[in-house]
Design a protein around this ligand. Structure first.
Ligand SMILES: C[S@@+](CC[C@H](N)C(=O)[O-])C[C@H]1O[C@@H](n2cnc3c(N)ncnc32)[C@H](O)[C@@H]1O
Length: 227
């Protein structure tokens, strides 16, 4: 992983993987991605406006639209090919719209009741991402961030590392995914996203809460802008 910042991995991981992303994220997480997204959905309050930041192919956006059919939902992503898949998937949902933007430079003409994001924290700098999110939420609005964690505990860590060795081999048969299977575990081992984002959220005056999922292999961090 000879990159200067995790953000440099974004084109490497996502430029050629949009068509197969939904199935790959499902089987590589043993279906846990579906469970984690259900846990994220439980955190979203009933509200009028929701932003799905780094919506990717719209897996979570679709679930949000199903759960909140009357809410106005916006999906943002930096990768055109992922947005195209999302647009197709959500075509019948008239209250959902998509835009290409860099989340760290988020610039929208409206504020949201809730901003939700799955798998973006490790690619971004919290000092950039949290202030722009805070600028885009209404008073008492909620930010929900979810991402992978390097699990704690010797046995789980050993199994986790062994699993990525296997995925590395699988990568030889799936060339578009090879770099992801090699570099993603390195990124997850090195990221301290949960602590870093919680610190910045607190600095920005948000009330935070943490939820650890599946032997701490992923986590949800929420922040509320209390007034
Ligand atoms: C692993 S995918 C997750 C997609 C979706 N949130 C999900 O849970 O299925 C990560 C997504 O983050 C997007 N992304 C990464 N950095 C971004 C940034 N700075 N701004 C907007 N999107 C970004 C990528 O383009 C990719 O679609």
């Amino acid at each position: 992983m000879n990159t200067e910042s995790p953000k440099d991995l974004v084109p490497e991981f996502f430029d050629k993987t949009a068509q197969t992303y939904d199935s790959v994220v499902n089987w590589t997480t043993f279906g846990k991605d579906k469970y984690w997204k259900k846990e994220i959905l439980k955190q979203i309050p009933k509200c009028e406006t929701i932003l799905d930041l780094a919506c990717g192919t719209g897996i979570l956006t679709f679930q949000i639209a199903k759960q909140f059919p009357n809410s106005q939902i916006t999906g943002i992503d930096i990768t055109e090919s992922y947005l195209s898949v999302a647009k197709k998937k959500l075509k019948p949902h008239h209250k959902v719209s998509f835009l290409k933007q860099d989340a760290e430079k988020l610039d929208l003409p409206q504020k949201f009741d809730c901003i939700v994001s799955s798998y973006i924290p490790k690619y971004c700098n919290p000092e950039n991402l949290i202030p722009v999110c805070v600028n885009h939420i209404k008073p008492n609005g909620k930010i929900i961030l979810h991402d992978f964690m390097y699990p704690e505990g010797k046995i789980i860590k050993t199994l986790w590392n062994a699993y990525f060795v296997i995925l590395n081999v699988v990568g030889y048969f799936m060339p578009q995914w090879k770099n992801v299977f090699t570099d993603l575990p390195k990124l997850i081992r090195s990221t301290k996203w949960l602590d870093d984002y919680e610190k910045v959220m607190k600095k920005c005056g948000l009330e935070t809460r943490l939820q650890s999922l599946t032997w701490n292999s992923s986590a949800v961090l929420t922040g509320i802008k209390k007034v």
